[in-house]
Design a protein around this ligand. Sequence first.
Ligand code: AVJ
Length: 328
Amino acid sequence: MAVQASIKGRGGDHSAFQNDHREAFQADVLAGLSGKQKTLPCKYLYDEAGSKLFEAICELEDYYLTRTEADIFHSNLDSMAALLGPSAVLVEPGAGNCEKAEPLLTAMDTPHAFYPLDISPEILLNAQQRIQARLPDLTVTPVVGDFTCAQPWGEIPPSSHRKVIFFPGSTIGNFSPDKASTLLAQFRSYLSTGDGLLIGVDLVKDSVVLERAYADSDHVTERFNKNLLSRINSELDGNFDTEAFAHRAFYHPHRQRVEMHLVSLCDQKVQVAGQTFDFEEGETIHTENSHKYTRAGLEALLRESGFNPTQFWTDNKQHYAIYYAETL
Ligand code: AVJ
């Protein structure tokens, strides 16, 4: 069967996109390493190698999130599909390989269209072909772009059909509560009255369980974290010695988040893009936050962002939750 490989957004102008991307990466890295507390934005963890390592993390026994979310979806697909209703348009920011949307689209009553948004055109085209082959009557239109920007949302044509934003994977946890609220309000501004949001969130729980998920005994998360240094070495002419840094992940109960850091194991100097950065022994680079929510906290976040949570599903340990919320 012939599959139409249509793609919207920045996919057409790939090399210009790569160039912009490199410049932004360099500016963000140099700024992040210049602060008192050194930081690196977590979105840069997901280059090709990083995305593969993240997929490996999702398979780990210690990393309960992916497995638990998949179980909740699997057990409740029919009631979720019923809530989304017939002929809905599904939009997924940060869709990646679209593995979570596929069973949902299959359970839905004649979905009208699917718009996966992601920064990687290659992953989107693969997913489009796979889903289109399985659901030939559904129009799948990948949109390339950063979903925190206005650009990809502007690529989606207006439609009279009911729209639902699908945001699984606890991706919302990577945003501070303030930024999460801004992001959800941005989602809301794209929607109309009666449209919806289906969102997956990791819940606050025992810190031992949380810390094991981010400092796994197979050391895959360590490789995922250190891959950021290797990426800086190869893309920004850096000379990080990945052996001279240790992976550290801990739950901060007051901030309700797991923080991921890279700890310098000695006093050292590192060069990146012609600049020198000093590290003291024990000094860290803060590479990621993964915010956790209570049910009340998440419901408050949804309301302040313009949504009314109407349904929620969880697992028997209440480790993870999926919410359906309607626009207020
Ligand atoms: C992709 C943001 C949901 O925070 O659990 C996994 C990323 N970092 N292990 C998470 C991650 C370390 C993950 N999210």
